[in-house]
Design a protein around this ligand. Structure first.
Ligand SMILES: [Zn+2]
Length: 258
C-alpha cells in the first residue's frame, strides 16, 4: 500500500480509537462499564447522537458545549483523540505494517489511558496493567524484544520498583510509590524488554525530579505534593520505546571496557 495512504488511514483509525480511550479514561476510575451504556453527556446524561460522537470534529463544531444543557465539554476529549491519532500515524510511519506496529499501538493506547487516569485520579487501574503484562509477553514470542528480554523486563521492572517502594515504606513509614506503579513498570518491561525498561525508569525519574523541582520552587518548599509517578512512567516509556534504542547504542559506543 502507498505509504502516505497507510499513515493517513492509521491516523484516522487512531482518532476513532482515541474516542474510545476517552471513554476508558472517564469510566474506568468510577468503575463503570466501557461498552454500555452508549456515550452520554457527563452532565445531563442525554445520550449522544452519532454526529456528536465524531472525534475532534464534534468538539469543534459543537463549540465545546453540550447542545442540551450547555455544559462545557472537557478539552481532554479532542486532546486525547488528537494525541492517539498522531501516535497511530507516527507509529505507522516508523514501524510500517508489522507485528511490532500492532504491539506498539496496543502499548501506546495503554500508556495514554494510564497517563490520563493517573494524572487526574492518582490511580493506575489493574484492568489495564495486569492484562497489559500478559499481552506484552504474548507479543514478545513473535516480535521484539523476544520472550526472554520481555520476561526479564517484567520481573526487573516490577521488582525494582517494588524494592524501592518497600524500602521507602520501611524508612519513612508512609507510602511513596503504589503497587499500581509496580504493575505498570512490569507491563512496560513485558512490552519493550529489560534494557529499555531501565531507560524508562531513568527518564521517568529525571522528568519527575525536574517537574518536582519546579513544583517545589513555585510552592516555595512544599515537598508533600504527591506527583503521580505513573504519569512520568508513561512519558518515560514512550521516549524509551522511540529514542531509547539509539540512546543505548550511543552509550555503548562510548563505553569501552578496560
Ligand atoms: Zn448535557
Amino acid at each position: 500500500m502507498n505509504t502516505f495512504l497507510f499513515i493517513s488511514v492509521a491516523a484516522l483509525v487512531g482518532a476513532v480509537i482515541g474516542s474510545f480511550l476517552n471513554v476508558c479514561i472517564y469510566r474506568l476510575p468510577i468503575d463503570r462499564s466501557i461498552v454500555f451504556p452508549p456515550s452520554a453527556c457527563e452532565s445531563c446524561k442525554r445520550e449522544l447522537s452519532w454526529y456528536e460522537n465524531l472525534p475532534i470534529v464534534s468538539w469543534v463544531v459543537l463549540g465545546a458545549r453540550c447542545r442540551t444543557c450547555q455544559t462545557r465539554l472537557s478539552f481532554r476529549h479532542p486532546l486525547i483523540e488528537a494525541l492517539t491519532a498522531a501516535m497511530f500515524g507516527a507509529a505507522a510511519w516508523y514501524y510500517g505494517p508489522s507485528v511490532l506496529l500492532a504491539s506498539r499501538l496496543v502499548f501506546g493506547c495503554a500508556l495514554i489511558v494510564l497517563f490520563a487516569i493517573d494524572l487526574e485520579h492518582h490511580l493506575l487501574p489493574n484492568v489495564i496493567t495486569l492484562p497489559g503484562i500478559a499481552v506484552g509477553l504474548a507479543f514478545s514470542f513473535v516480535t521484539e524484544p523476544g520472550w526472554i528480554a520481555s520476561l526479564v523486563g517484567a520481573v526487573v521492572g516490577g521488582g525494582s520498583l517494588w524494592l524501592i517502594a518497600e524500602a521507602y515504606y520501611r524508612i519513612r513509614h508512609e507510602d511513596g510509590l503504589g503497587m499500581g506503579d509496580v504493575k505498570m513498570l512490569a507491563m512496560i518491561g513485558a512490552f519493550i524488554g529489560w534494557p529499555l525498561t531501565i531507560v524508562t525508569l531513568m527518564m521517568a525519574s529525571f522528568a519527575g525530579a525536574c517537574v518536582g523541582l519546579v513544583v517545589i520552587a513555585l510552592r516555595k518548599g512544599d515537598l508533600k505534593y504527591a506527583l503521580p509517578f505513573g504519569t512520568f512512567l508513561a512519558v518515560g516509556a514512550a521516549l524509551a520505546a522511540t529514542v531509547g534504542p539509539g540512546l543505548v547504542r550511543w552509550y555503548l559506543g562510548f563505553y569501552r571496557p578496560l
